[in-house]
Ligand binder design. Structure first.
Ligand code: NAP
Length: 252
């Protein structure tokens, strides 16, 4: 896979995301939390989607205390939410907002890492539901709102194991390959028919709960903090990346 590069030393202007409403999934923790805080700092109204209300409320408070636009909270478990919940969330957002300027598909489950031979089907299905099927449902139901925006950006979160397969990474790796495929299909469909650009972003090793769970023997501080990789998340969400679509990026 050919990788594209974020401009070296990219520095977003302070009003990069002014006037945009941006949905971040998995906004309560880790990279999603940091992206939500940064999108708000650079002017966006942020919709915080996640499964743990208390975490979303803490991010809400941080944004408000920093003087950002009042965020929205969408408490939703992407492993179990039925399709009609996506329909009703999209309908109520459509009543409140005229358009959506972007989606960061960030929420994911790590799942069991074990040989395919002994992988449990229930765990496999959970990982696929959160990491792939929920992205499809959110994207499909929010496309009409994205199409109303002058420009919009969809970022799919990838992984190194979603670009080169690796033993024992099971459903997680397969789900990230699916994410790359979804990104390419959608980007190709929207390229000449809309102002929506669609790209994938691999954060690479980042000090979060997921990374610490995947590599318990590693010194977590050897990896960058989520805040350190935010230039890539801002570049792809803001209009400095206008015209770039169908590309796979690394955050650093
Ligand atoms: P994280 O700290 O575990 O955060 C994941 C977020 O997703 C959490 O907010 C979590 O909510 C949410 N989430 C999980 N299951 C959900 C569900 N069923 N419904 C709704 N939300 C759910 O992980 P992270 O490291 O920030 O990962 C963010 C993204 O980067 C993921 O797509 C991951 O695959 C990717 N990634 C990370 C690394 C890395 O080194 N960190 C490397 C490559 C790719 P709760 O907080 O409520 O559990």
């Amino acid at each position: 896979m050919q990788l594209s590069n974020i401009p070296i030393d990219y520095k977003p202007r302070t009003n990069l995301l002014s006037g945009k409403t941006i949905l971040v999934t998995g906004a309560g923790d880790g990279i999603g939390r940091s992206a939500a805080l940064n999108y708000a700092k650079y002017g966006a109204s942020v919709l915080l989607l996640g499964r743990t209300g208390s975490k979303l409320e803490a991010v809400y408070d941080e944004i408000e205390n920093a003087g950002g636009s009042k965020p929205g909270i969408i408490e939703m478990d992407l492993a179990t939410a039925p399709e009609d919940m996506y329909t009703s969330v999209a309908a109520s957002l459509g009543e409140e907002f005229s358009c959506l300027g972007g989606i960061l598909h960030n929420a994911a489950l790590l799942g069991d890492r074990r040989p395919i031979e002994s992988a449990g089907y229930a765990n496999w299905q959970d990982v696929m539901q959160v990491n792939v099927n929920a992205q499809f449902l959110l994207t499909q139901h929010f496309l009409p709102l994205l199409q109303q925006a002058p420009t919009a950006s969809i970022i799919f979160t990838s992984s190194t194991v979603g670009r080169i397969g690796k033993a024992y990474w099971g459903a997680y790796a397969v789900s990230k390959f699916a994410t790359e495929g979804f990104m390419q299909v959608l980007a190709s469909e929207l390229e000449n028919t809309s102002n929506i650009r669609v790209n994938s972003l691999n954060p690479r090793a980042t000090n979060t709960a997921m990374r610490r769970a995947a590599y318990p023997g590693e010194n977590p501080t050897t990896n960058p903090a989520p805040q350190d990789i935010m230039p890539a998340y801002l570049f792809l969400m803001g209009d400095d990346s206008a015209g770039i679509t169908g590309k796979a990026f690394d955050a650093r």
